[in-house]
Design a protein around this ligand. Structure first.
Ligand SMILES: Cc1ncc(C[n+]2csc(CCOP(=O)(O)OP(=O)(O)O)c2C)c(N)n1
Ligand SMILES: [Mg+2]
Length: 727
């Protein structure tokens, strides 16, 4: 027998603190025979706004001013005007447990306008996540837990890194999609809002967030997906850095969100100019009970309110208010004008006291969770595996095999590998930005991920095939929102040349070190007739420049299959770079497994004895050219080693011994070949080596002609090698 609590105004248990009724909790007895669970307490019943809340908001505003004033830089104004909204969310609407920030049942909060990081840090302090006043005092300084913008993995309670405007909101769309997919894996039959896998995603976004195209892309997808668990509060303050937003932002934003298919609420100002908390609570209540569509709350605010001179100015966005203004504002707020970082014990007691109510909700969740585990041992075992980040046995054996000499594009090989792995890994899902057929990203029979009633054939709310539409940037952020959760693994495809369109999100995936996986096909002039607009040139090196990002360009179908397993075994962001054109399955890759791939580069063909005269290094489609060049060189008595280097980033992480084994320092005759910019290759071929590549745009013609015309050929490689060797 298990006991479950949920808020109900008709029953007995009263949970109070400081004279304020937080919630009435009814006790329900559950057994494994219980079938009709009441809805999960979404959050404890919203309670009226009181003087204690006013006092709390004043303290938040004081802290925001003081933290910026102390360090001399930062963004005080927005943290001041967002104080009521942030306090309402963390006290009453977010289902969370500050003592267990990783609780899987928690709602996610995303501060999309990351410049207002104090909005989040002050809530993490007041709610009891472990941030203390001293952390706020060290805001934006070396080693602090309170860096300029919120960084996931750096500060406990920060769900995703934000700062590049538009990314947070779009990542939140991915989080909301992940919640639905995960309930599909673990609790698909549960009625809406009754499952321990149901949670909500709350976002605060600024004008800049909504000006950025990525948020429009992602919001459009959220409307199509009817993500009822997603709520965005727009801080509609009419101010950005260059002043009044009318200089650049004049559309009907509310109408736009209605057109996306969101539920829209508008919240005004009080007569004095503060946020109308009653109106905001009504909108948040509606959002908390919404079961059909995402919610957009247009919340009017005045930046830096109630600072007498700074309010409603662009200056308040990103500069300290100045000592005199801070003092004057503290007086208006009823704070001691001579004291900095004031947090009366009564306020901290009040805000941390909300944990008591959260505790009851947590207990309710725990009870239901145990019940679910008992009822569904197989699903619980899957959850345990995914939580531990482990892969099942037997994946190597499940990978597709290929015959030496056959011709197959690496995109097609990738498609086969995805499907082989998907049959064993229910956590693997993904799709493409309208290029699924070209990127080979479709999980056959996986059903399209679309809401019930979408009318689309072969679809399911829990489907494994993601359709991003032609929205590469939102795809990148959505993948981040999914992969940041850690339970499932999502991939997304487009042409490599359009990786530029998603770079903002790719960089964040790398910065957060999360396993977003990009399937980028059509990787060079090898795509042929579509011409230079579609032919990547600078992309490989440009992407290799991103720290903590792995660029993986397999040479043939076998390397591609092994690459997929290697990707799944690691936990960072990866771009899988694939050919459009058929490539020969190489002699020598029979034994290339995921462990080999994980080394980043390896000896594919070597001299029979002794030391090679020259080393030929290639990636992807050009490895085959190196292999043929080696045969040609042998005819003139030059012994060459061929190194396949699918991932230079991983190779760089190998031991010095291994790297010296693959590229012995004493062999300075080296030639690299890659159908792209040559920029970074001298790092591997050294000052004596030669590079073969393409340092200009391609052209529209057949692939073979382009390789010939641009000199990415066996002859060119032989000539370069002979030149190096001096024979
Ligand atoms: C992609 C991106 N471009 C530019 C910036 C620099 N930046 C930070 S805040 C901001 C605009 C501020 O206006 P708004 O978003 O309305 O925020 P508010 O001042 O109202 O808090 C800009 C341009 C950024 N952080 N991200
Ligand atoms: Mg603004």
């Amino acid at each position: 027998m298990l006991v479950c609590l949920y808020p109900d105004y008709d029953d007995t248990t009263d949970c109070t603190r400081g004279g304020l009724r937080l919630a009435r909790l009814r006790t329900v007895t559950l057994s494994s025979e219980t079938t009709d669970l009441p809805a999960l307490a979404p959050r404890y019943a919203a309670t009226a706004w009181t003087d204690a809340d006013d006092a709390t908001v004043a303290v938040i505003r004081g802290l925001a001013m003081d933290a910026v004033q102390k360090v001399g830089n930062g963004h005080p104004g927005t943290a001041m005007s967002l104080a009521p909204a942030a306090h309402l969310l963390f006290s009453r609407y977010l289902r969370h447990d500050p003592t267990d920030p990783q609780w899987p049942g928690r709602d996610r909060f995303v501060l999309s306008c990351g410049h207002s990081s104090l909005t989040l840090y002050i809530q993490l302090f007041l709610s009891g996540y472990g941030l203390e006043l001293s952390d706020l005092e060290q805001f934006r300084t070396w080693g602090a837990k309170t860096p300029g913008h919120p960084e996931h993995g750096h500060t406990v309670g920060v769900e995703t890194t934000t700062g590049p405007l538009g990314q947070g909101l779009s990542t939140a769309v991915g989080m909301a999609m992940a919640a639905r997919f995960e309930r599909g894996l673990f609790d698909p039959q549960a009625p809406w809002a009754t499952s321990t896998f149901d949670h909500r995603v709350w976002v605060i976004a600024s004008d800049g967030d909504l000006e950025e195209g990525i948020s429009g892309e992602a919001s459009s997808i959220a409307g199509t997906q009817r993500l009822a668990n997603l709520t965005v509060i727009w801080d509609d303050n009419h101010i950005s850095i260059e002043g009044d937003t009318r200089v650049a932002f004049t559309e009907d934003v509310v109408g736009r969100y209605e057109a996306y298919g969101w539920v829209v609420h508008e919240v005004g100002l009080t007569p004095t100019g503060d946020v109308d908390v009653e109106g905001l609570m009504a909108a948040l209540d509606a959002a908390a009970n919404e079961s059909e569509r995402p919610t957009f709350i247009a919340m009017h605010s005045i930046i830096a309110w109630p600072a007498p001179h700074a309010q409603n100015t662009a200056k308040a966005h990103g500069s300290a208010l100045g000592a005199a203004e801070v003092t004057a504002t503290k007086s208006i707020l009823g704070l001691d004008p001579d004291k900095d970082f004031q947090v009366p014990a009564s306020v901290l007691d009040y805000t941390r006291g909300f944990q008591d109510a959260h505790r009851a909700i947590r207990n309710d969740w725990d009870a239901r969770y145990l019940l679910w585990r008992n009822k569904h041992p197989e699903r619980a075992a899957l959850l345990d595996r995914l939580t531990s980040g482990e892969l099942p046995d037997g994946l190597d054996q499940a990978l597709p095999t290929f015959d030496t000499g056959d011709s197959i594009s690496t995109r097609a090989a990738s498609g086969k590998a995805i499907n082989a792995l998907a049959s064993l890994l229910p956590e693997l899902w993904g799709g493409s930005a309208d290029l699924a057929g070209s990127n080979d990203t479709t999980i056959t029979g996986g059903l399209s991920f679309l809401p019930a009633g979408s009318g689309a054939v072969d679809s399911s709310p829990y489907g494994r095939i993601l359709h991003f539409g032609v929205r590469e940037h939102a795809m990148g952020a959505i993948l981040n929102g999914i992969n940041i959760g850690g339970l499932t693994r999502a991939f997304g495809g487009t042409f490599l040349v359009f990786s530029d369109y998603m770079r903002g999100s790719v960089r964040l995936a790398a910065l957060m070190n999360i396993p977003s996986t990009y399937v980028w096909s059509h990787d060079s002039i090898g795509l042929g007739e579509d011409g230079p607009t579609h032919q990547p040139v600078e992309h490989l090196w440009s992407l290799r420049l991103i720290p903590q990002f792995s660029v993986l360009r397999p040479a043939d179908a076998r390397e591609t299959a092994a690459a997929w397993l290697a990707i799944l075994r690691q936990s960072g962001a990866v771009g899988l770079i694939l050919s459009r054109q058929g490539l020969p399955v190489l002699h020598g890759t029979e034994n290339t497994d995921a462990d080999t791939l994980a080394k980043g580069a390896y000896v594919l063909e070597d001299v029979e004895s002794g030391s090679p005269d020259v080393i030929l290094i290639g990636t992807g489609s050009e490895v085959a050219i190196a292999v043929t060049a080696r045969e040609e060189l042998a005819k003139v008595g030059i012994n060459a080693r061929v190194v396949s280097a699918p991932c230079l980033d991983w190779f760089d992480n190998q031991t010095q011994d291994y790297r010296d084994y693959v590229l012995p320092p004493h062999i300075t005759a080296r030639v690299s070949i890659e159908a792209g910019a040559t920029l970074g290759w001298h790092r591997y071929v050294g000052s004596q080596g030669r590079t073969i590549g393409l340092d200009h745009y391609g052209a529209s013609a057949a692939s073979e002609i382009l390789y010939q015309e641009f000199g990415i050929t066996v002859d060119a490689m032989v000539t370069a090698a002979r030149d190096c060797v001096g024979r």
